[in-house]
Design a binder for this molecule. Structure first.
Ligand SMILES: Nc1ncnc2c1ncn2[C@@H]1O[C@H](COP(=O)(O)OP(=O)(O)O)[C@@H](O)[C@H]1O
Ligand SMILES: [Mg+2]
Length: 333
């Protein structure tokens, strides 16, 4: 059963230099207990898409130009993009947990970590102080904070980066969400800590039956975690596929390029996306062609004239490309 159905999300930013078309028609659906990986190079619109889902982009200069995001909340189905401010923060705190790259910017430096975790349970689950404290210590313990009871009263700066990310995870799962959104949560951490956090999220996911959206520029991490993967380029979905199909038979030239830059994805964990030759897409004009065409060795006339629709190329596998990579020739529709 699908718990999130995102359709045609478009987000722009009004800047001094002009309108930035950051997200241009992103759609996907997510089943309960499913893990969706979102990959793509820096600036491809991964964070803006997820922040927009939670309505956490600054509006203005940001603006959600179009989109619906039907979500099965604990109070029934809602459109995340159309919720009132009050309902939005209720859904955010209770039904959707999120963890970002930089825990320091999400944590309040003036509040103890224990109180920050307890707070959301007091608000959303209406727990009294005592119950919230007890549950907080359990959560701190569960996410791997040693001596949880003593650490309750510590402030964020007294924790290491990895410990702070553990605290963020505790906050994210405190109210029993169905969906966890993680935006490059391990990027700033060293490799050993990265692996520990990854294992923690995996075991929590399985234990709590969470659906997960995991954003990463690390194809190795996503390979070991996701059921399905979306590859983003220029604010669009270039390819979407079950994880094995994506790595074994990529059907979009951009994905193919990413994988070629990373020869042994299954073994080479922690390797970052190497960039493909050429300049990143110009986001100042609305898409009128394939954004990847200028860097694509398969591009032909049509790619420079039309935005490619999503072609079904396999079971649950879509590629937004006019070139048929399997047959090695332009698609004949
Ligand atoms: N507040 C903002 N003002 C203007 N442009 C922004 C703002 N936030 C993001 N963008 C632009 O949106 C595009 C997508 O950014 P982002 O989603 O953060 O990329 P990713 O997470 O894939 O690295 C980028 O070109 C970025 O510069
Ligand atoms: Mg980002």
């Amino acid at each position: 059963m699908s718990i999130l159905e995102l359709k045609d999300l478009a987000v722009e930013f009004n800047t001094i230099e002009g309108l930035v078309h950051a997200v241009n028609g992103v759609s996907f659906s997510l089943d309960s207990r499913e893990t969706l990986g979102i990959v793509g190079e820096s600036g491809s619109g991964k964070s803006v898409s997820m922040m927009s889902l939670l309505r956490l982009i600054p509006e203005p200069p940001g603006r959600i130009r179009s989109g619906t995001a039907l979500f099965e909340s604990s109070k029934g189905q809602v459109d995340l993009l159309a919720l009132s401010r009050a309902k939005r923060s209720a859904v955010r705190g209770r039904d959707i947990g999120f963890v970002f790259q930089d825990p320091m910017s999400s944590l309040n430096p003036l509040m103890t970590v224990g109180d920050q975790i307890a707070e959301s349970m007091r608000v959303h689950l209406k727990l009294d102080d005592k119950a919230a404290r007890r549950r907080t210590v359990e959560l701190l313990d569960r996410v791997g904070i040693p001596a949880a009871d003593e650490r309750y009263g510590n402030y964020p700066h007294q924790f290491s980066g990895g410990m702070r990310q553990r605290v963020m995870i505790a906050i994210a799962i405190a109210c029993g969400p169905k969906l966890l959104i993680a935006d490059e949560p391990t990027t700033a951490l060293d490799v050993t800590v990265q692996a520990q956090i990854l294992d923690l999220v995996k075991s929590l996911r399985d234990e709590l039956g969470l659906a997960v959206i995991w954003i990463s520029h690390d194809l190795g991490v996503v390979a070991g975690l996701a059921d399905r993967v979306i590859v983003m380029y220029g604010g669009m979905v270039a390819e979407s596929a079950p994880v094995d199909a994506l790595y074994e038979t990529p059907r979009h030239p951009y994905t193919e390029g990413l994988l070629q830059a990373l020869p042994r994805v299954d073994q080479d964990r922690g390797e970052e996306l190497r960039s493909i030759e050429g300049t990143p897409p110009d986001l100042y004009s609305a898409p009128a062609a394939c954004p990847f065409a200028p860097r694509c060795s398969y591009a032909f006339d049509r790619c420079r004239r039309e935005v490619p629709p999503r072609f079904t190329v396999g079971d649950g596998h879509e590629s937004a490309c006019f070139f048929d990579l399997e047959q090695r020739r332009p698609r004949s529709e």
